[in-house]
Design a protein around this ligand. Structure first.
Ligand SMILES: Nc1ncnc2c1ncn2[C@@H]1O[C@H](COP(=O)(O)OP(=O)(O)O)[C@@H](O)[C@H]1O
Ligand SMILES: [Mg+2]
Length: 416
């Protein structure tokens, strides 16, 4: 079996490694992959970016299954194009990818199907949005409708904050066409959890919950990043919350997907805010998260390839997912300056010393066999433990073995 994964992060490295554990997988092609995926046995990096080229390559190489990584390619319709070419794909077609690609579309869907979420209004007209800012309850959250690489959400404490956010998005076009429409929503207090669910068009199979750390600074301070670490499962996710998530969010989402004919094989990521024992849905993502994937796969006992195959062939209802006991902790090592400007090209030492945990390179390349930094998030380290405490301790012990000029990481991943 031949697998193709698009993307170049730590997530893609973890996915490739997970697929390769199954001996039926002859080859994994990473498009374009990174300095870690090129080192994996039976894994090859291929430099392609246009969807047309990716589809052509997949057809020519007779790829059995494609796992698209980036939300942008899904919204652009990579799954539709691959399916038209007769290639199986783990990911939504364009119509369902819009649940991630448009915040307003997602909110309207949630409202229509009674999925618990923050109250909201959508605007395409700047003047009307500015008028609403006068009377809008505070704090409020202003969101660019389209994809904005995790930067299109602004928490506003004052009316001025709202007006500035609207100006930034709708007039200055800081997020290009993604800000032509905006959503202004009610601010929810609480703690966050994320839950991935596999979907085969009929059946949902929830994976473990995750607690991710998106801010660059300790204590959730400073700007948002792609993600600085994660623990799995989320220690705040009780059985009661799972029951509430299932009835208030998962079931009505399924009903909506079936009623609107948004069936697909792939994964839905539910971004939750939990307040007073109740889950509200902040957003859908329509692909696996980074670094949630790294944490999740470290906990997975079942064979990942078989699980993905079950989703793609509509057999999730007969599939049981087994998990390891305990917890996983994943810490991301980043370049100094990230998520702003940073320098690259620094030699990375110590990776071979990490023996007790998985290393997933991301912004790393090899020059004459030597690993050097080539991106903002350089690599992630994931450790398992019988408890969260043990997983954290093991992970941070491994982190100490790795070093590069300007290495930056959060010391509070998984701290309660
Ligand atoms: N209604 C809300 N109330 C409180 N915080 C929110 C709300 N919506 C979003 N946030 C915060 O902003 C972050 C990003 O918002 P999200 O909707 O997940 O967009 P994206 O991940 O596409 O940037 C969330 O993880 C959460 O911390
Ligand atoms: Mg989010």
């Amino acid at each position: 079996m031949k697998i193709m994964i698009t993307g170049s992060g730590g997530r893609e490295h973890a996915l490739a490694a997970a697929f390769l554990q199954n001996k039926r997988v002859e080859n994994v092609y990473c498009i374009p992959g990174n300095g870690g995926t090129e080192d994996l046995d039976r894994c090859e990096n291929v430099e392609l970016s246009a969807i047309t080229d990716i589809v052509r390559f997949a057809s020519e190489e007779k790829i059995d299954l494609v796992m698209p990584g980036s939300e942008a390619s899904l919204v652009e319709g990579i799954a539709d194009r691959l399916q038209e070419a007769g290639i199986k794909v783990f990911g939504p077609r364009k119509n369902a990818a819009m649940l991630e690609g448009s915040k307003a579309f997602a909110k309207d869907f949630m409202k229509k199907y009674g999925i618990r979420t923050a109250g909201y209004r959508s605007f395409t007209d700047f003047k009307t949005a500015m008028e609403y800012a006068e009377k809008c309850p505070l704090p409020a959250v202003v969101k660019a409708d389209g994809l904005a690489a995790g930067k299109g959400v602004i928490i506003c404490r004052t009316g001025d904050d709202i007006r500035n956010a609207l100006t930034l998005m709708m007039i200055d076009k800081a997020f290009g066409s993604s800000g032509e429409k905006v959503v202004i929503e009610e601010f929810l207090e609480g703690f966050e959890a994320s839950i991935h669910c596999f979907f085969d068009g009929e059946t949902f199979v929830p994976l473990l919950s995750a607690k991710d750390h998106k801010k660059i600074g300790e204590g959730e301070t400073g700007p948002n990043t792609g993600g600085m670490g994660v623990v799995v499962p989320n220690p705040g996710m009780s059985e009661e919350l799972w029951a509430d998530f299932t009835s208030s969010i998962l079931e009505p989402t399924k009903k909506g997907l079936l009623s609107e004919d948004l069936r697909f094989s792939g994964v839905i990521f539910f971004g939750l805010m939990i307040q007073n024992g109740k889950c509200s849905l902040l957003e859908y993502n329509m692909r696996m998260g980074d670094p949630e994937t790294q944490g999740m796969l470290a906990m997975l006992e079942s064979d990942f390839t078989s699980l993905v195959e079950a989703a793609v062939s509509g057999e999730l209802s007969n599939t049981e997912v087994r998990w390891k006991d305990g917890s996983a902790c994943c810490v991301v090592l980043a370049s100094r300056g990230y998520p702003g400007k940073y320098e690259t090209g620094f030699k990375i030492s110590g990776i071979p010393e990490v023996t007790n945990s998985a290393v997933h390179p991301a912004g790393m390349k090899k020059i004459d066999g030597i690993p050097v930094t080539s991106g903002g998030r350089v690599l992630s380290i994931v450790s398992n433990g019988h408890s969260l405490f043990e997983a954290r301790k093991r992970c941070y012990r491994e982190v100490e073995k790795v070093s590069f000029e300007g290495m930056t990481f959060r010391k509070d991943i998984g701290l309660l």
